[in-house]
Design a protein around this ligand. Structure first.
Ligand SMILES: CC/C=C\C/C=C\C/C=C\C/C=C\C/C=C\CCCC(=O)SCCNC(=O)CCNC(=O)[C@H](O)C(C)(C)COP(=O)(O)OP(=O)(O)OC[C@H]1O[C@@H](n2cnc3c(N)ncnc32)[C@H](O)[C@@H]1OP(=O)(O)O
Ligand code: FAD
Length: 672
């Protein structure tokens, strides 16, 4: 039995030979990546989706208009729910459902995207028991379609400036929801434009003329039967986007629209019938749906980068171009060192992002169950961690995916590669759920508080314990045996700690000179976001270390360790300026890191296909001609191109309408 479990009769021979070189069992690696239970469920659900033709794309989405895309994905999502009990083991398991939707529907969006990822989590965390009964149960039972309407045309980041009003009317025991200006229109919510009939709406709570800041309200926006907007509500689609065009992101305006008082989500903050307001136990508890998405995004983004790496690495083993030694025949492009250097570090990042995604979900679950008991101590840690990870992971993912696209040459630019769409979806993640730079500055706030605690000999939390440790003056990289690469990890720690203390000292100096805290913050904002990035990159490297250490099977651990060591080298070189500034690393150590990285590229090369096969993306899920498991790329690229709508006729009307008359006229002129 070969160790790579993807080998099948009829596959491209080149790929089979590559797969036979695996040093580990790909299904065991899949278990390390996804968790053994989820890996098994993914495998089984993919097989079931393969058999259920009603879940298959009716044609490649690249050849569809937006309306066709919306309709196609609405059709598939309805079929998916109709068959869900036969396909998944536990429909209430978000991870299993996500993988089902990834297989059957893809990532271009569908009417229930925000319903599951924000609307339901908002109800779970913020609705009281009676409200859960009223809306959560119908939402889970698909009796209604919900969205999360927070961002406005004028403001997305600065939530304190949101303008939508929810004014309490004591006489009728109602809130009057109103959009006072054009900039107050809700703008962007997913599935709002044409699909949803309910929304969790963020609006400023106003009682007796006093504003209590924004709170969340349940608002029905469309009639349950006719689907027409209710009186006092204007709603529509905001138009085409870079990608994600099967989602109808929308706008929404209210003209003194009335809802019952009990439509304010009241698990934590409350308003009684006399207009008496009760504060929540934590000022930011109403932000929980955002924290939820930030926590799931990390693993999803890792998956997007894993998909792009799979496509590029498989294709690089099919594509031959040029010779390394003259006369010895064209080589697979993955045999070029530059191609390996382009792709393997992205593969390593995909792995670690998936591991970090798992860790952060565990912390989220813990915080959620604490919150249920009114306990909010870990909320700040979770906010800091998710803010940093969300920003660094999305940024590195899209940079990595772009490398994958370019590594596929011309065919990478074609939608047949599958990379443009997932890149477009992933890059949205740099903006949604908190613009990256803004979220890095949120983490920086936490880090600056941590420095203050450290100076008192205390730690703000587990994530920043390392700030209490003393700084070494010189790195031991290349000075001691490599072992588990401890000196490399220590270098990540050193770089992060130094930048964090450096910027904290600079802030103090500016304030000592009389500058206000806010202006000093502005003067150092770029350095602050750098501190946040370095802290997060250290977290990621340490997470990779924890994962490798936890693996029991020797062959899996060895293959993972190669990726981990490559990651350490590659990322350190990417941040090397920070280590050179204080001469922590010497030039010869940088050379040592480089040479070790080149060695690791060669070590990883024979396992490359098995490391991507271990993601176990089905062809249906990958939606890529270049990334096909069987490697039959060229004949299928030709087949795909023939499906282009432009090939429906040899001559298209625009030729007769514009080009032919122009050429005829030009010929006539030349005959005169
Ligand atoms: C069938 C299908 C099945 C399954 C489907 C499964 C999955 C689906 C998959 C994909 C999903 C599909 C689609 C999803 C795609 C997109 C969804 C995107 C949705 C959105 O974008 S919603 C809108 C998001 N908006 C934002 O993120 C706004 C960003 N801004 C902010 O968060 C805040 O304004 C802020 C944090 C920047 C600042 O807030 P503030 O002004 O109120 O606070 P301060 O800066 O003054 O800070 C004060 C204090 O509070 C702390 N703080 C801030 N936030 C939090 C928090 N969340 N938790 C805890 N603490 C917080 C902050 O740190 C300060 O603390 P300090 O101690 O005073 O320093
Ligand atoms: C695909 C997609 C789906 C979305 N889905 C939803 C949804 O379902 N529901 C919803 O409510 N919203 C949704 N959004 C909106 C999204 O959450 C916001 O666009 C996002 O939070 C960024 O806010 P903004 O657009 O106001 O950007 P801005 O804040 O205007 O950002 C513009 C620039 O200003 C900078 N900037 C802003 N503030 C600061 C600051 N304090 N310090 C330093 N720099 C700053 C930013 O870094 C950025 O460079 C979605 C957006 C996208 C793209």
């Amino acid at each position: 039995m070969p160790l790579n479990k993807e080998i099948q009769p009829g596959d491209n021979d080149e790929l089979t030979r590559e797969r036979l070189q695996a040093t580990f069992d790909t299904q065991q690696m899949a278990a390390a990546l996804w968790g053994s239970d989820l890996a098994r469920k993914r495998r089984e659900l993919a097989k079931k989706v393969d058999k259920l033709t009603v879940l298959h794309d009716s044609k490649d989405m690249s050849f569809m208009t937006r309306e066709e895309k919306l309709s196609e994905n609405a059709r598939k999502v309805v079929q998916m729910f109709a068959h869900v009990a036969d396909i998944v083991e536990d429909p209430s398991d978000d991870a299993e459902m996500f993988h089902l939707s990834s297989n059957a529907i893809g990532h271009e969006g569908h009417p229930f995207g925000v319903h599951f990822v924000m609307f339901i989590p908002a109800l779970k965390a913020q609705a009281d028991d009676e409200q859960r009964e009223k809306w959560l149960m119908p939402a889970l039972g698909l009796q209604l379609i919900g969205t999360y309407a927070q961002t406005e045309l004028g403001h997305g980041t600065n939530l304190r400036a949101l303008e939508t009003m929810a004014t309490f009317d004591k006489a009728t025991d109602e809130f009057v929801i109103h959009t006072p200006t054009v900039t107050a229109l809700k703008w962007w919510p997913g599935s709002l434009g044409k699909s949803s009939n309910h929304a969790v709406v963020s609006a400023n709570l106003i009682i007796d003329g006093k504003s209590y800041g924004h709170h969340n309200f349940m608002v029905q926006i469309r009639d349950e039967n006719t689907h027409k907007p209710l009186k006092g509500i204007t709603v529509g689609d905001i138009g085409p986007k870079m990608a994600y065009n099967a989602s109808d992101n929308g706008f929404l305006g209210f003209d003194h629209h009335r809802i019952p008082r009990r439509n304010m989500l009241m698990r934590h903050a409350k308003v009684d019938k006399n207009g008496v307001y009760t504060k929540p136990p934590h000022a930011k508890i109403g932000y929980s749906a955002m924290v939820h998405v930030r926590s799931v995004m990390i693993g999803h983004q890792g998956m997007f980068l894993g998909s792009a790496s799979t496509i590029a690495i498989r294709y690089s083993l099919v594509r031959r171009q040029g010779e390394i030694k003259e006369g010895s025949g064209e080589v697979k492009i993955l045999d070029y060192q530059t191609q390996q250097h382009r792709l393997f570090p992205q593969l390593a990042r995909a792995y670690v992002f998936m591991f970090a995604g798992k860790e952060v979900r565990e912390l989220y679950q813990k915080v959620l169950s604490d919150m249920e008991k009114g306990e909010t101590t870990l909320l700040a840690d979770l906010h800091a961690l998710t803010s940093g990870l969300k920003s660094v992971v999305t940024h590195l993912c899209v940079a990595g995916m772009e490398q994958c696209r370019m590594a596929c040459g011309g065919h990478g630019y074609s939608r047949a590669s599958g990379i443009p769409e997932i890149w477009g979806v992933a890059v949205g993640g740099c903006t949604y759920e908190g613009e990256n730079m803004v979220m890095l500055l949120q983490l920086a706030r936490y880090l600056m508080k941590a420095v203050k605690e450290t100076k008192k000999g205390k730690s703000l939390g587990r994530l920043v314990d390392y700030l209490l440790l003393p700084q070494d003056r010189h790195s031991l990289i290349g000075r001691v045996p490599q072992g588990e690469y401890g000196p490399h990890l220590a270098a990540f720690e050193h770089i992060a700690r130094r930048q964090i203390f450096k910027v904290a000292d600079e802030l103090t100096k500016l304030q000592d000179k009389g500058m206000s805290k806010e202006i000093a913050w502005q003067k150092k904002a770029v350095e602050l976001q750098r501190a946040a990035r370095l802290h997060t990159r250290f977290y990621l490297a340490a997470c990779f270390h924890r994962k490798v250490q936890s693996v029991v099977d020797g062959r899996i651990r060895e293959a993972l360790a190669d990726l981990y060591h490559l990651h350490l080298n590659y990322e350190l070189l990417d941040m090397v300026n920070y280590a050179l500034e204080d001469a922590y690393l010497k030039a010869d150590q940088v050379d040592f890191i480089r040479e070790d990285m080149y060695r690791l590229l060669e070590t990883i090369r024979p396992n490359a296909i098995s490391l991507v096969d271990a993601f176990e993306f089905s062809d249906r899920e990958l939606r890529s001609v270049l990334g096909r498991r069987d490697g039959h790329v060229y004949e299928n690229l030709y087949k795909w191109a023939k499906e282009s709508e432009l090939n429906r006729a040899d001559v298209l009307p625009y030729f007769d309408k514009y080009l032919k008359p122009m050429m005829l006229a030009a010929r006539q002129r030349s005959n005169i």
